[in-house]
Design a protein around this ligand. Structure first.
Ligand code: SF4
Length: 321
């Protein structure tokens, strides 16, 4: 039997329904790869890549990146139209860090994307420490003109976990970035979070939900930490220093987090989708696309729980505020 939820029988608030409410029709993200680096990978930065990141930095293969922005949008839009039956699109600047280039370069990219037919808005992936003040007037102008979402790679609100990931930014910087964006632009804000690393605990998952609930964010995107070849994590995995979560414990983490998450916050993703299957080392379930999502939703159904059923609007996180 369908649960009593506002999400058409779903156990959590899927981003597709958020977009449908916002745009009045189905919209789909069209990924493009234009940024070529990030602070951790920049020459002379003295930093190291994140432990989980392969050389592509979430980008498409070079074949894709060698196409111009306009060509990428048109090519990928065709694929998405066939698969998702959407007629309007959000151009998703996904690879590496998409707020690092000069303002004029960023402006040109955004204008190029918005000039395409059927583009309802932009989604820009970045890091919390790559949102300088000088960027806000551009982001504000774009957000007033068309839909704009900033996806921020917060990953964790615990500094020991951020250090394990070698992110090179703090939890506090994620909180500060979200508030600054919310104050100075009209952009929607999405947060990327990773579960399944050393230091996870039920208390921390609940605290993470409480922190997110206090932030002006529209959605979260959840990833399980998984091992790709040619990454520092692959070496740690080979030495037995890191073992990724199997699906069942990962699902229980997601479910606990969702139960404490506000029902008003949409969920973009419940688990990672490795875009390059040939590089996936572990866990194998990450390669099964829809199966993990189905598993988590069925587990929620069996337990009779939904997103937000333990949400307490008055509960305050112990830290970061
Ligand atoms: S995950 Fe992002 S910030 Fe980290 S090394 Fe990869 S591209 Fe850079």
């Amino acid at each position: 039997m369908s649960p009593e939820t506002p999400w058409q029988g779903r156990r959590y608030y899927p981003i597709s329904q958020y977009f449908h409410r916002r745009f009045g029709e189905r919209v789909a993200k069209v990924s493009v790869s234009v940024a070529e680096t990030c602070p951790n990978r920049s020459a002379n930065s003295g930093m190291q890549p994140c432990v989980f990141c392969d050389e592509w930095g979430s980008a498409a293969y070079h074949l894709e990146r060698d196409r111009g922005l306009q060509e990428q949008i048109r090519f990928n839009r065709q694929l998405v139209t066939r698969r998702l039956k959407a007629q309007r699109f959000l151009v998703y600047f996904q690879s590496y860090t998409n707020t690092l280039d000069k303002l004029e370069v960023l402006r040109r990219r955004f204008e190029t994307a918005l000039a395409e037919d059927d583009v309802a808005g932009l989604v820009v992936g970045t890091r919390p420490d790559c949102l300088p003040q000088r960027l806000f007037p551009l982001l504000d102008a774009m957000s007033r003109r068309r839909y704009l979402m900033l996806e921020i790679g917060a990953q964790s609100f615990f500094d020991d976990q951020l250090q394990f990931l070698r992110r090179g930014h703090s939890a506090q910087s994620s909180v500060a970035a979200v508030f600054a964006l919310a104050q100075k632009t009209q952009a929607d804000i999405g947060l990327h979070l990773i579960f399944g690393m050393p230091g996870d605990s039920p208390e921390r998952l609940i605290e993470t939900a409480r922190i997110v609930n206090r932030l002006p964010v529209a959605n979260v995107k959840l990833h399980n930490l998984h091992v790709l070849s040619n990454t520092p994590l692959a070496e740690m995995h080979r030495r037995g220093e890191f073992v990724p979560d199997e699906l069942e414990p990962y699902a229980d983490k997601v479910i606990l987090f969702l139960r404490h998450l506000s029902p008003a916050i949409a969920v973009q993703r419940l688990a990672a989708v490795a875009s390059r299957w040939d590089e996936l080392i572990a866990p194998q379930w990450t390669g099964q696309k829809m199966q993990p999502i189905d598993f988590i939703e069925k587990r929620m159904a069996r337990a009779g729980v939904v997103q937000g059923d333990l949400y307490d609007a008055d509960s305050r996180p112990d830290r970061l505020f």
